[in-house]
Design a protein around this ligand. Structure first.
Ligand SMILES: [Zn+2]
Length: 255
C-alpha cells in the first residue's frame, strides 16, 4: 500500500462526498460515545458516493472520538491508499471484501466490544431471547476465526459466510454490520451490541431463560424485515437527531 498524494483539503471535497465523510465521522463519535471502542483498533467504513470502488476508513492511530470528516483515509478496493494517512491492514481486508461483494452495502462497521466478544466466544452464538436479538433471527451470519484478518484469501470466506445478511458474528473476535447507509449500519451495530449485552446479562443472572416459540421468532424476524423494506430505511429517521446530539457535545467531527 502506497500513499500517492496528500490529504484532501476541504476545498477538494464536493458536498456529496462531504456528507458521507461527515456521516462516517459521526459514526466513529457515536461508537466512542456508546462505549464500543477498542482503543484505536476496529474500524467503520463508507463507500465513496461517486466511485463504487473507493471507500473511507479511519486513520490508524487515532482514537474514535477525535476522528473528523477530512481526516478519514480514502482507499480503493485493491488496497491503494489515495490520501494521506495509514490504515489498519485487517480493516482494509474486512471492509474491502464486503464492499466489493455487496453492491447493496455502503457502510460496514466492526467492533471488539466486551459483550460482542463474549457472545462471539459462545458456541451457540446469539440466542433469540430478546426482541432486539430477534431483529437478527434471519439476518445474522457467522464467520470462523482464522487469526488476524490480514490474509487476502480470507476475503472470499468472509463474503461467502456473510452471504446476503446484514450482520455477522466473527467467532472469537467481534461483531460486524453492513448497511445501505451509515445510519442503517449504525442502528444494526447498536442493536447487535444491545442483544449481546442482554444475552450475557441474562446468562450471568443464572435464572432459567424464557425462550419465545419458533413461530414467534419467525414472525418477529418477518416484522423486522418488513420494516427494513419500507420507505424509511432503519436508522434514517433518527440519524439527523444523532448528528444534532453530536453537534451539542462536540461538532468538530464535521471538520
Ligand atoms: Zn477486528
Amino acid at each position: 500500500m502506497a500513499s500517492t498524494d496528500k490529504r484532501k483539503s476541504k476545498h477538494d471535497i464536493d458536498p456529496e462526498e462531504m456528507k458521507v465523510r461527515v456521516d462516517l465521522a459521526a459514526a466513529y463519535r457515536l461508537v466512542a460515545m456508546y462505549g464500543m471502542t477498542d482503543l484505536d483498533a476496529t474500524h467503520l467504513s463508507a463507500r465513496h458516493p461517486h466511485d463504487k470502488d473507493r471507500f473511507f476508513l479511519n486513520p490508524y492511530g487515532q482514537l474514535f472520538d477525535e476522528i473528523t470528516a477530512s481526516s478519514l483515509v480514502e482507499l480503493d478496493l485493491d488496497g491503494n491508499v489515495l490520501s494521506e494517512g495509514e490504515v489498519n491492514w485487517a480493516g482494509y481486508t474486512i471492509h474491502s471484501a464486503v464492499l466489493k461483494a455487496r453492491a447493496d452495502v455502503n457502510s460496514v462497521m466492526h467492533t471488539h466490544t466486551r459483550a460482542g466478544m463474549a457472545v462471539a466466544a459462545q458456541k451457540d452464538g446469539l440466542l433469540p431471547i430478546t426482541q432486539t436479538a430477534l431483529r437478527f433471527y434471519k439476518n445474522l451470519a457467522y464467520h470462523a476465526y482464522e487469526g488476524i484478518a490480514e490474509d487476502e484469501a480470507e476475503k472470499a470466506r468472509l463474503v461467502r459466510d456473510l452471504s446476503d445478511k446484514q450482520a455477522m458474528i466473527l467467532k472469537n473476535h467481534g461483531l460486524l454490520t453492513a448497511g445501505r447507509t451509515v445510519g442503517e449500519a449504525w442502528v444494526l451495530l447498536h442493536d447487535l451490541e444491545k442483544s449481546c449485552q442482554s444475552q450475557v446479562d441474562a446468562l450471568a443472572g443464572g435464572g432459567e431463560i424464557e425462550r419465545p416459540s419458533k413461530e414467534i421468532c419467525e414472525r418477529t424476524a418477518d416484522q423486522y424485515a418488513e420494516y427494513a423494506s419500507g420507505n424509511t430505511m432503519p436508522g434514517e429517521r433518527a440519524w439527523p437527531a444523532h448528528l444534532r446530539k453530536l453537534d451539542r457535545i462536540d461538532p468538530s467531527y464535521r471538520s
